[in-house]
Design a protein around this ligand. Structure first.
Ligand code: GLA
Length: 676
């Protein structure tokens, strides 16, 4: 897509929040600061359609004309995240509902449901009008669909959702017998005899819903969001020319990968690293702080390798009623923006130009404060846009990934509803991320699905399979091909405990994967908080069995690498290796804690891949990028103090233009981009 062919800077702008008399000056100041694109309009439905079917676009006509005049590019938002009061008053059935079925009313945002036909109709009428009017407007380069689908709330419990859920189930299962069998409704006499007996998980039940129903419900929520997005994309494609389509995220209960493939030209993410250590979150317990945001960026990179940041934090975060966080310190704004660039963002749009003087987000600061004066943050934005010019050559580079971490939506959705799964999922996700970050290893999250081509998996010499509780025969054959052709697959605990319906298959674990791992699980349990963490010996090194413990029975030909040294599993196998074809399968009977992953990375020769050129402490993030035989390292110091770095051979640093060599320091919140 042309727009992401080179680095550029944008900002979110709300002309409706300020007098028209200051628009032109605002736009010119932006251009002077290196900002060439504004995202607008995504919450302005009531400005465009004050009464049902009476459209008035004169406000946006004037604004867009001004943009065309001064040379500002525009990403125009479809305003469906905030239906106006007249709409929800006239059609209360368009509202979302809480668990008891009570409707949410006007006053916040995202209070609609995706499935009610009248909302889709009103939205599609408005988008058609917009697309016809602006689909060839010279100022508009792209469209943002809605705003943060599934943000604020990702439970949809209105009557129209129940109806749509039933149709989804009829399409999926055909008959009630098939549904009853898939959901195991024989348990607790939950058998359904009419489709009308099935609801979204709205009604209060005693403590729980059937987990298989919940799993299908989450899939249904995802389908609903995707089809709402697809509906908008189809209209935009019909009436626009030469303008791209995107949306901003990233939120759960949505197959973001499929949505991007089916409906968008590219995906954009909203990056607020301060969430990591706002006052709301007890950040003292987390030594990663804002580095934690890089995990989200890895996920975004997996959705869309060259993505945009639609909202990049530029000020202190906070609604008047939640999320209090401090103002970025000198350097942090640019550091966080470069964190996004390091992970693959080619467009960075700051949120927002000026802080809103009205409404819920009066403390969600933009670049400028309420007074709009030039300030330090604006100077940093300007400096950042200059920095991007210096690293122009890096745009479009791939990550220098040394391994991949597999994920699929069956398991992401199951971890959403199954607490046992979630606990293990989070532990492994964090453990892999933390170990890789501290050992400066760049890796990719790899979404795997039926149509994933073989060569996508084959790109990675090592693949982690962290918590694939749900296994499908197709996935197992993909993994088997990967290993036979020389891949190293590292399988985590609790693999294969469920099938796609969420039922537990009646065979030894890791189920369908057992022939590949060359093991079966003998005993399994959550680690007891009342007992000391179990340990195992791996060639003289001690590794923990954190959170979950499995004892593995090694079949003939499978080598035991580590055995429990204590606990009731003392002497049993915790880690094994099985040679298959040209490759190897490792089976780990516990979570991928940071300690275990560090040991695995050292064993597999993955740790510190750039140690011949650079030595940096664990607190510094290093991201490798490659393009056309060239390689760059983004070196990001998240600390409030300068940090010592050892550069082993002279290297050019693109932002300062200096040659770095020997013992040197990277400044507080500093960033380097080294050419290696
Ligand atoms: C999201 C939204 C923005 C704004 C910020 C701050 O990222 O897309 O409109 O509300 O959060 O809350």
């Amino acid at each position: 897509m042309d727009f992401l062919q080179h680095y550029s800077v944008g900002v979110c702008y709300y002309p409706e929040h300020w007098p028209e008399s200051i628009w032109e000056e605002d736009l010119r100041r932006m251009l002077d600061s290196g900002i060439h694109t504004v995202r607008v309009a995504e919450f302005s439905w009531s400005l465009m359609e004050r009464e049902e079917g009476i459209y008035d676009f004169t406000f946006w006509d004037r604004f867009l004309e001004l943009c065309a005049k001064v040379g500002m590019q525009v990403i125009f938002g479809t305003p469906t995240a905030t239906p106006p009061a007249w709409l929800t008053e006239t059609y209360p059935e368009t509202l979302n509902a809480d668990e008891t079925g009570a409707l949410y009313y006007h006053g916040g945002r995202r209070h609609y449901n995706y499935n009610i036909p009248v909302y889709r109709y009103r939205a599609s009428r408005l988008i058609t009008e917009l697309a016809k009017r602006y689909g060839r407007h010279p100022a508009i380069v792209g469209w943002q669909i809605d705003n943060e689908l599934n943000c604020e709330i990702n439970d949809f419990l209105s009557a129209s959702d129940t109806e749509a859920f039933r149709s989804f189930l009829v399409d999926k299962y055909g008959t009630l017998e098939a549904l009853n069998s898939a959901w195991g409704t024989v348990f607790w006499s939950q058998t359904y005899t009419e489709w009308e007996q099935i609801f979204v998980p709205r009604h209060n039940t005693i403590h729980s819903h059937n987990p298989s129903l919940l799993l299908d419900y989450v899939r249904f929520v995802s389908e609903s969001a995707l089809s709402f997005c697809a509906m908008q994309a189809q209209i935009l494609r019909q009436f626009t020319a030469g303008q791209f389509i995107t949306t901003n995220g990233m939120f759960g209960r949505m197959d973001n990968h499929r949505m991007t493939k089916e409906s968008l030209d590219c995906y954009m993410y909203d990056s607020y690293p301060d969430f990591a250590y706002g006052i709301d979150n007890d950040w003292t317990k987390d030594d990663l702080h804002d580095r934690r945001s890089s995990l989200n960026l890895l996920q975004v990179h997996s959705i869309c390798p060259h993505f945009g940041i639609m909202e990049q934090q530029s000020g202190a975060n906070g609604w008047y009623n939640r999320m209090e966080a401090p103002m970025p310190r000198p350097g942090q704004l640019e550091l966080w923006a470069m964190q996004s660039v390091a992970h693959g963002a080619d467009y960075i749009s700051f949120f927002r130009w000026r802080t809103s003087p009205v409404g819920t987000e009066i403390y969600w600061h933009g670049i400028l404060d309420y007074d709009g004066r030039d300030n330090r943050r604006l100077r940093e934005v300007k400096a950042f846009s200059k920095s991007l010019e210096k690293i122009a050559a890096v745009c479009g580079a791939d990550t220098d990934a040394r391994f991949g971490v597999l994920q699929d939506y069956n398991n992401l959705f199951d971890a959403d509803i199954d607490h046992w799964h979630r606990r293990v999922h989070q532990a492994s996700e964090q453990g892999i991320f933390r170990a890789a970050l501290k050992h400066h290893v760049t890796y990719d999250i790899v979404d795997v699905r039926e149509d994933t081509p073989e060569d996508v998996l084959g790109r990675y010499p090592v693949l982690f399979l962290p918590d694939f509780i749900i296994l499908t025969p197709h996935l197992v054959s993909q993994l088997s091909d990967y290993v036979k052709q020389g891949g190293k697959l590292i399988v985590g605990c609790r693999t294969g405990y469920k099938d796609e319906t969420g039922k537990c298959p009646m065979h030894p674990m890791p189920g369908l994967l057992a022939p590949l791992t060359g093991t079966t699980v003998e005993e399994y349990t959550f680690a007891s908080p009342a007992e000391p963490e179990a340990k195992a010996d791996w060639d003289g090194k001690t590794i923990p069995a954190a959170l979950f413990m499995e004892s593995l029975k090694a079949e003939e030909g499978t080598e035991v690498l580590a055995r429990y040294t204590d606990s009731f599993l003392k002497g049993e196998a915790l880690l094994t290796r099985h040679a298959v074809g040209e490759g190897e399968v490792y089976h780990l009977g516990t979570t991928f804690s940071e300690a275990v992953v560090s040991a695995l990375m050292t064993y597999l020769g993955l740790a510190e891949p750039y140690s011949t050129v650079l030595s940096v402490p664990a607190t510094v993030e290093v991201v490798g990028r490659v393009k056309g035989g060239k390689k760059w390292l983004f070196v990001l110091n998240y600390e409030p103090t300068q940090t010592k770095v050892l550069v082993h051979a002279p290297l050019r640093e693109l932002l300062t233009g200096k040659e770095m060599e020997g013992e040197t320091v990277i400044p507080a919140y500093g960033v380097w981009v080294l050419e290696i």
